[in-house]
Design a protein around this ligand. Structure first.
Ligand code: PMP
Length: 365
């Protein structure tokens, strides 16, 4: 044991051990150039090679079509909550929001400032434990400029699996994939914009990735701040101003690692396997552990569960931490326990958690 714990945090989250070690090895003197990535010009040939390779590897991983821009942005996914309506809408346009949890709700509320935001579906009444199962449940607006979904709700643990709402001709499908980015293959061509903060599946905090169909670049509202205009970053290959160089470098190492592991189909198989182990343990506990989420839409990334009382949950979280499994406390808004099992969480981490769950139940039942 080298002192590393199993980190079940929702984000910033665990990174692949080999990636962290490689960064450590290369930190002081990157590829013999006499300085670290953090110290070099973002316009020098060294950093250009880093950002270009990161983009190329991400394009390969997600099979991103050529008519899409890949943008490395700052401000977190939260900044995209305003940038999206600013870039895709005029203030008179309507945009539909399918709100399946807290993050989708934040996107919906922010968009109200910049367009006519319509709540096309909300899971609030059932405490965000489901997602719409077909288009007939949605109150979509004919002629809406875009439809926004949060592909995976990090706090509530609901995930769109392979179904996404069919949007009308001329309507743009937009997805916040912050917490399931690069966890499985995605048909990028279905979407006008996909965006994700890096700090869950693909890197450290500080960089947000946006994949934007090229015809959607260049139509921002006139008052859009230059830094929020997709065109600024598309025209300048994400180098309009100083980018988060180190975060982009780390994402590049993660993309390389994901390709080495066999790409996103292989990653999805590993992720499904880990999630199945954990959900099976919850469902097989005779109600000692309960997952409130409807089975068909349970997140493969964020697994929330509850126990008989908050005191018992606290005792479990504490005991887990003592055994090197940390950050299992549920989000402060919902309580309970939450295990985030992103790409970089090894199967052994999930198995160790399940072993503790069984042992804990035997002692507390
Ligand atoms: N969307 C989702 C699904 C998230 O999980 C988060 C962060 N937890 C955000 C958006 C906000 O991301 P950021 O902190 O990068 O602004």
């Amino acid at each position: 044991n080298d002192g590393r714990v199993y980190n079940f945090a929702a984000g910033p989250a665990t990174l692949p051990a080999n990636v962290v070690k490689k960064a450590q090895q290369d930190l002081y003197n990157w590829q013999g150039c006499g300085m670290s990535i953090m110290e070099m010009s973002h316009r020098g040939k060294e950093f250009l090679s880093v950002i270009q390779k990161a983009e190329a590897d991400l394009r390969a991983l997600l099979a991103i079509p050529d008519n899409y821009e890949v943008l490395f942005l700052q401000g977190g996914a939260s900044t995209l909550f305003s940038a999206i309506p600013l870039n895709l809408c005029s203030p008179e346009d309507t945009a539909d929001f399918i709100v399946t949890g807290s993050w989708g709700d934040k996107a919906y509320k922010e968009a109200q400032k910049y367009c006519k935001a319509n709540l096309a579906w909300s899971g609030k009444a059932t405490k965000y434990t489901s997602i719409p199962s077909s288009g007939s449940e949605l109150k979509l607006t004919p002629g809406a400029k875009f439809v926004h979904v949060c592909a995976n709700e990090t706090i509530h643990g609901v995930e769109f699996k392979d179904w996404y709402p069919a949007v009308g001709e001329g309507t743009i499908l937009v997805a916040d994939m912050s917490s399931n980015f690069c966890s499985k293959p995605v048909d990028v061509s279905k979407f006008g914009v996909i965006y994700a903060g890096a700090q869950k599946n693909v890197g450290p905090s500080g960089v947000t990735i946006a994949i934007v169909r090229k015809d959607l670049v260049g139509g921002a509202q006139p008052t859009t701040p230059v830094m929020l205009d997709f065109k600024t970053h598309a025209d300048n290959k994400s180098l309009y101003n100083t980018p988060p160089c180190f975060a982009i470098y780390m994402c590049g190492l993660v993309f390389e690692d994901l390709l080495h592991q066999g790409g996103l189909e292989a990653i999805a198989r590993k992720n499904n396997d880990k999630a199945e182990i954990l959900y099976r343990a919850i469902d097989g506990s005779d109600g000692f552990y309960k997952c409130p989420v409807e089975a068909s839409v349970r997140s493969v990334m964020n697994v929330p569960f509850t126990m008989a009382s908050p005191e018992m949950e606290a005792a479990f979280v504490k005991e887990a931490a003592g055994k090197g499994m940390v950050q299992l406390k549920g989000h402060r808004s919902v309580g309970g326990v939450r295990a985030s099992i992103y790409n970089a969480m090894p199967r052994a981490g999930v198995e160790k958690l399940v072993a503790l769950m069984k042992d804990f139940q035997a002692r507390h039942q």
